[in-house]
Design a protein around this ligand. Structure first.
Ligand code: PLP
Length: 417
């Protein structure tokens, strides 16, 4: 094994990471059998035979896993957010505070619900900065949308306290943190509604898919109604009737979800153990600032971010890590149109709605005057600009963790020592 003082691979030395890893397989007999069962049933529609529905079984398992009474499976994380917002009754005239570092879908869902996104800073947790949320609250604020980005729990204690103080709703975007927790409670269940993505790259997946969870029957009923315009016509529907759309989950996705939810705790245990092993070896490296994690035990362990002294060092650091064989990348570069950073949400910053009328910003119900600009969240761009993200794929062996830790220490020794 090479050592910390060896020549960097980028300068012609040998690589710290010696084993090219084969792709980790996420699917096995559990998914195959669940999917075959659906095909053999000759039914892909969840409401055809409700008592046999795979989607329904998945919802029950998901609700149980999250420890809530109600879960609704939908077609994506974006539609889960939209159903959550509509479920809460958020709409025209309302402002919703969202972090400037999140997938653009978080803001798009707010606009889709005809409400106005207000973009706030993230801090050294790379999640919503409660101090900036406080500054951004106006008489029109209706809700806060914490996003548990890259599996990191947001600062829920502070955000929930703010929400209570200002009588605001909390909708948790848990798209990237399924199964994570904050002080012992599953992410997505601390606010009024939690929304999950089950898209291919998420912790568990149905291909495309999403889920909404809540403890409030009325919110659930509205989300159920909104996700299927035909709902009042199906036998036994007793919820509130509002106009709905078509965000149903298919039986194939439901079967995938059923198989995948059974793997969630094992996936999280593996990811957390790998991250803990790696972090223990780099925590005290001089000059390296690790992302602050609001609840380490609840972190999903799917990502590791470190802050370097400045953007130029971050770029050099990431390039040197890649040369060592350790997957790594910088998190913000104004030349790269990464849609996870508000800076690149040009059409939203330009207040472009669905028609030239400019709603929701020009809607007669909206009395606020939110302003956007590319430089409106300098703290967010500052943290992301000097951050390096290190990939933690599922299934890392102890040796693979140790080699990645060595790569980080080696590069830190050369560039920061
Ligand atoms: C933070 C966040 N919110 C929302 C979404 C939207 O989920 P989907 O792609 O399933 O619509 C994503 C997906 O990438 C996400 O990462």
């Amino acid at each position: 094994m090479s050592s910390v003082t060896d020549t960097l691979a980028i300068d012609g030395g040998s690589r710290a990471v010696t084993t090219p890893r084969p792709p980790y397989r996420r699917f096995d007999a559990a998914e195959r059998e669940a999917l075959l069962q659906v095909l053999e049933s000759e039914n892909l529609f969840r409401y055809l035979r409700e008592d046999e529905s795979q989607v329904r079984v998945f919802e029950q398992l998901f609700a149980r896993k999250m420890g809530v009474p109600y879960a609704l499976a939908v077609s994506s994380g974006t539609t889960a957010l939209t159903c959550g917002l509509i479920g809460l009754g958020i709409g025209p005239g309302d402002e919703v505070i969202v972090p400037g570092y999140t997938y653009i879908a978080s803001a798009a869902a707010i606009i889709n619900a005809r409400a106005v996104p207000v973009i706030a800073e993230v801090d050294d947790t790379l999640t919503l900065d409660p101090a900036d949320v406080q500054r951004k609250i106006t008489p029109w604020t209706r809700a806060i949308m914490p996003v548990h980005m890259r599996g990191t729990p947001a600062q829920m204690e502070e955000l929930l306290a703010l929400a209570e103080q200002h009588n605001l709703l909390v909708i948790e975007d848990t798209a990237q943190a399924c199964g994570g927790s904050y002080r012992g409670r599953r992410l997505g269940t601390l606010g009024h509604v939690g929304c999950f993505s089950l898209q291919h790259f998420k912790i568990i997946t149905t291909g495309e898919g999403g889920a909404v969870v809540t403890t409030n029957l009325q919110v659930f009923g509205r989300a159920v109604m909104y996700h299927d315009s035909g709902r009042p016509f199906w036998e036994g529907y007793e919820g509130e009737v509002i106009p709905g759309v078509g965000y149903r989950m298919s039986e194939l996705a439901g079967a995938m979800g059923r198989a995948q939810i059974g793997k969630l705790d094992d996936i999280l245990a593996r990811q957390r153990a790998a991250k803990a092993r790696l972090v223990a070896q780099i925590r005290d490296v001089p000059g390296l600032q690790l992302q602050r994690i609001p609840d380490e035990a609840g972190d999903c362990g799917i990502s590791l971010a470190i802050f370097l002294p400045d953007a130029a060092t971050a770029h050099r650091f990431a390039a040197a890590l890649r040369a060592e064989g350790c997957g790594a990348g910088t998190m913000y570069d104004s030349e790269i149109p990464d849609r996870h950073i508000y800076y690149n949400w040009d059409h939203i910053l330009a207040k472009k709605g669905y028609t030239p009328h400019g709603c929701p910003w020009t809607c007669e119900h909206y009395r606020g005057n939110v302003q956007y600009s590319k430089d409106m969240c300098p703290q967010t761009l500052g943290y992301l600009g000097r951050a390096v993200a290190i990939g933690l794929p599922d299934g890392l062996t102890e040796q693979e963790c140790d080699e990645r830790a060595l790569a980080i220490r080696k590069v830190a020794q050369a560039y920061l020592g």
